[in-house]
Ligand binder design. Sequence first.
Ligand code: 13P
Length: 242
Amino acid sequence: MRHPLVAGNWKMHGDRESVANLVTSLLKIDCEAEIAVFPPYIYVPLVAANIGDSGISVGAQNASEHDSGAFTGEVSCHMLRDFGCQYVIVGHSERRNIYSETDDQVAHKFAAVQSAGMTPILCVGETLEQRDQGKTLDVVAAQIEAVIERVGLGNICEAVIAYEPVWAIGTGKTASAAQAQEVHLALRQQLGDSGGKTRILYGGSVKAANAAELFMQPDIDGALVGGASLDANEFSEICKLA
Ligand code: 13P
């Protein structure tokens, strides 16, 4: 049985006051699902201190693939672990597209996160053009394969995968439950025998209004939520539906 996970990716939003208020609201959520939140780096210590032993997890939105050294502006996995992170998002489409992260770099980051004792949330997803060309399953399979080549099937199965179609992120367009389930099933099959235990999240304009139908799909084990994770009521509803 896979324990549902609802992850809130706050992206580059918030300030000390709004972060503290959001955490106060999160602490009131009563749900079966695991909750994880991903503040901007600089707020990780504040969130980690305020969530205490509530059972909510904290993670980072990115990490360096390097252990330490002259990498101005970067944050290492060891540092994130040092401040209480349990998860790190790797390969988000905004990192791949805006910051030109390659499949190979994503695979390095994935390995670094696991080596530091944290769990990667590996994001994969196709653009609208790729979907229209019928390439969705090939694109996500190649993104997964790049990581399998570096860390092996056993290690990728210990991680969390997030299917986030690029065209559904921040656009208000969600993949239909059937479209998402098709990709989730293909991803699980690619993971082989151990893939039965791997949590595969859906991300892309998830809201309380569409979450229930997504979560009813057999291979959708939760959500990676962007915009709606900044709204405590909306996020709380999504967590209760998972
Ligand atoms: P939205 O929920 O705002 O579409 O963002 C999804 C996402 O990118 C989560 O990582």
